[in-house]
Structure formats: C-alpha cells, structure tokens
Design a protein. Structure first.
Length: 243
C-alpha cells in the first residue's frame, strides 16, 4: 500500500509539472507568434494571440495546432489603390494551424471571424470622394453615416443649391462582394423641387469601399449594420499566417 501511495504521489507531482511546463510553453509561443504577426503585417501594436487546446506540447509535437484565436485592434486595411480604412476590431479563429520544422512559417486550414468599422471611420473614407455635381450649380456629398435600425445604415446627404444647403436622409442596405463593402439607398430623398435626376443623386448616396488587404488573406463574407458600426463576417481557407 505504501508503494502504491508513493506511485500516486509521483504521478500527481509529475503531472503537475507537465501542466505547468505546458502552460509556460503555450504562453511563450503566444508571445512569439504575436510578435511575428506584428512584424509581418506591419501592425502598430502587438495583436492578441490565444492558442487553445490541451496539452499544447503534444500539439507541437504533431506539428498542428487545433485552434488559434487572433485579435487585432485598429487595423489599417488597404485597398488596391493604396487608400485605407481603419478596422476598429478584427477577430479571427483559425483551425488546423500547421507550421514548418523551423517554426518560421505557418498556415491555417480555415478561419472565421468578424471585423467592425466605426461609422466615423467609414464616413472619412467616403468623404474622400468629395462633392459631386448633380445638376448645374448643384453639388451633393455624403455628410453623415449612422445606424438606421433594422440592420440599415442611415445616410445623410448634403445638397448645396443656390437657395441653400439641405440635408435629406436615406436608409441604405450594405453588402460585400469582391473584397468591397458597398451601400445602396433603398429609396432616394425627395429632391423633385431641385429637378435632380436619379442617376446623379444615386451616384452620391450609393458608395463602395475596398477592403482587399486583410491579414493572412482573410476575405469578406457577410455584412450588417449595427449600433457601433458596420460588422463584417470574414472567412478564409489555406491561409498563410506568417512567413
């Protein structure tokens, strides 16, 4: 009986040491991965990296991590033209993360996540288009963006006329396609008094913003308007994480 008790104590102690070593190792690996991602993506701050699953050391021995969570605050996404827009909060969960023997590169079988763009940031981007002439002596531009309820965006349009500036609002449906976030007015403001055609006005109310340089090749999937801004679901497969 004494020998059995000694054996049990030994197992408990060794198991505790293994757990402690495992947690130290995963913490170290998370820090190294975060630093590597910050460098490879040119981030202004270190992202949050969480390696899930236990034990970590056996996953490393097999060369594949089951689940890795990535969180990036204030990520500057670039468009093909070099313009950018800041994503307030980008979160991704990656599955089947494989790395090479030198630990210098890693790939993920698949990933899902969310990205949120504040309305103030989106407004900065669309305002870069500047005023558009919608009729002789009449110009218009997007003057405000906010949540319009029912997953719609409320778009305030400023129309400058010889009689003054008016600011009608419309509700727009948001969508994503081909790496671009777009908004299309469900109905146009009543501008009949200014004899404005639908085409020029819709050229102002409807807009697109490219988001085609997300980290690791993550792509846009779905989008909806929420209180805090535009919330986009992202996804990807066969992703190059670092290297």
């Amino acid at each position: 009986m004494r020998a059995l008790r000694i054996l049990l104590i030994f197992v408990v102690v060794v198991g505790g040491l293994f757990v402690a070593a495992d947690r130290v190792a995963v913490h170290f690996a998370e820090g190294k991965a975060a630093d590597k991602i910050r460098t490879s993506e040119g981030l202004g701050q270190t992202p949050d990296v969480s390696i899930n699953g236990f034990p970590f050391l056996t996953q490393v021995a097999g060369g594949t991590l089951d689940d890795v969570e990535l969180g990036i605050q204030d990520f500057d996404a670039k468009s093909g033209k070099g313009d950018g827009i800041r994503i307030a909060d980008l979160k991704a969960e990656m599955h089947g993360v494989k790395f090479d023997s030198s630990y210098s590169s890693a790939t993920a079988d698949s990933a899902t996540g969310t990205a949120r763009i504040d309305y103030t940031e989106l407004l900065k981007a669309v305002k870069k288009q500047g005023p558009a002439e919608v009729a002789p002596g009449v110009s218009a531009w997007i003057d405000g963006l906010a949540y319009g309820g029912d997953h719609k965006v409320k778009v305030t349009v400023a129309i400058k006329t010889p009689l003054g500036t008016v600011r009608p609002t419309v509700r727009s449906t948001v969508d994503v396609s081909g790496g671009k976030l777009s908004a299309r007015a469900d109905s146009l403001p009543d501008v009949s008094a200014f004899e404005l055609a639908e085409g020029p006005i819709r050229g102002v109310t409807d807009f697109q913003q490219a988001l085609d340089d997300l980290p690791a090749g993550i792509e846009l999937d779905r989008v909806q308007a929420v209180d805090q801004g535009i919330e986009i679901t992202v996804k990807g497969s066969g992703l190059d994480l670092v290297g």
